[in-house]
Design a binder for this molecule. Structure first.
Ligand SMILES: *Cc1c(COP(=O)(O)O)cnc(C)c1O
Length: 361
């Protein structure tokens, strides 16, 4: 039998909202009662007060610092409306005539739907023909489009882009589910956006990192709340920001910096990914969903080879205090989401459970 974990916390493989570092949760709960000995709660002070302005500024600068984008003409914003609002904000602010999109899954498809409201959309390639289990490689980005949009990690299907094209036009990327997880040349991108709740913080805020010179090229009038320039001009404080979500994101970014930044966490993420994928490939009871060369290090998708074992496997992992392993309905099976804060030991517990199934099936 697998020993019941003594860990007070469950092994949380939730795809989102996701696991956060324990020390971040502790500090955040303290701040909800009393922010830094102020005698006031984080969530009952003015967002224009000195302590909160400092939080926002720290969150913005940590984001740029961790991505290696400080002093390179980029700004970071913490906006509301989720990554889903970025699907339309990108197009609102940048799409004058046409834009090119790479369709690698559900989230890309949703981004494409919004772009079509603003101009012509060219789908350069799509992996829909195989239920998005791979990343298309042969495609060309036209040089006469306003921008190219891609999704770095496909949370639902468990694929990720290992290489990014040398785009002749500004490149925009939805990095919601793998930002801060691996080293990339982030300066290749003109806009990066990410809903906080996958790898950075609680739901309620979205990080937008943008190069200022990408703006100001469309004729249309843009409503203030959807205008990047308005938010930039107000240092991400045009309206009341989601103070709690920004604060917790700031704590997570500070935690990551203390750990050694993306270089360090990338090694841990590689270790977790090899643990789970080695087991999926070795264990005859499991089969991976995504094409091997496109496998995501954040979301591992897999199925049982014999569906008849579903009840047994589900009981085993639930007994092992594992949470959030069910796959998305469009893929079925299982999805192990291994965001930055998930310890290697949790993945080991899952692997042990898969081996336990093999021994007892
Ligand atoms: C979850 C997710 C979204 C949607 O984010 P919301 O903040 O819920 O709008 C968009 N893109 C990707 C890649 C995601 O994983």
């Amino acid at each position: 039998m697998i020993e019941k974990s003594k860990h007070v916390k469950k092994h949380n493989f939730s795809a989102g909202p996701c696991i956060l570092p324990e020390e971040v949760l502790r500090k955040a709960s303290q701040a909800v009662v009393d922010l830094d000995g102020l005698g006031l709660s984080l969530i009952e002070i003015s967002h224009r007060s000195k302590p909160f302005v400092a939080v926002m500024e720290k969150a913005r600068s940590l984001a740029l610092e961790l991505l290696g984008l400080e002093g390179k003409g980029y700004q970071a914003l913490f906006l509301q409306g989720g990554a889903s609002t970025q699907f339309l904000m990108v197009a609102y602010n940048l799409l004058q005539n046409k834009a090119a999109y790479l369709n690698t899954g559900t989230w890309s498809t949703k981004a494409i739907k919004e772009a079509k409201l603003f101009g012509d959309m060219i789908e350069v390639a799509s992996s829909k023909d195989a239920n998005f289990n791979y990343i298309p490689r042969e495609y060309e980005i036209p040089s006469d489009v306003d921008y190219f949009h891609c999704t770095s990690n496909n949370t639902i299907f468990g694929t990720s882009m290992k290489d990014f094209p040398n785009s002749p036009v500004p490149m925009i990327c939805d990095m919601s589910s793998d930002i801060f997880s691996r080293q990339l040349d982030f300066s290749k991108f003109d806009i990066i956006y990410a809903g906080a709740q996958k790898n950075m913080g609680p739901a309620g805020t979205t990080l937008v990192v943008l190069k200022e010179d990408v703006l100001g090229k469309v004729d249309r009038a843009i409503p203030s709340m959807l205008d990047y320039n308005v938010h930039l001009g107000k240092d991400s404080m045009f309206n009341t920001p989601s103070v709690f979500a920004v604060y917790v994101s700031m704590l997570t970014l500070a935690w990551l910096k203390d750990l050694g930044g993306i270089v360090t966490i990338e090694k841990v993420n590689e270790e977790k990914a090899s643990l789970i994928y080695d087991e999926i490939d070795r264990n005859p009871l499991f089969k991976g969903f995504a094409a091997v060369e496109d496998r995501s290090f954040m979301n591992a998708t897999f199925n049982l080879t014999d569906r008849g074992l579903t009840g047994k496997f589900d009981a085993l992992w639930q007994e092992a205090d594992i949470n959030g392993l069910n796959g998305h309905r469009s893929v079925g099976g299982y999805r192990a989401s291994m965001y930055n804060a998930l310890p290697v030991s949790s993945v080991q517990v899952l692997v042990d459970t898969m081996q336990e199934l093999e021994r007892t099936a």
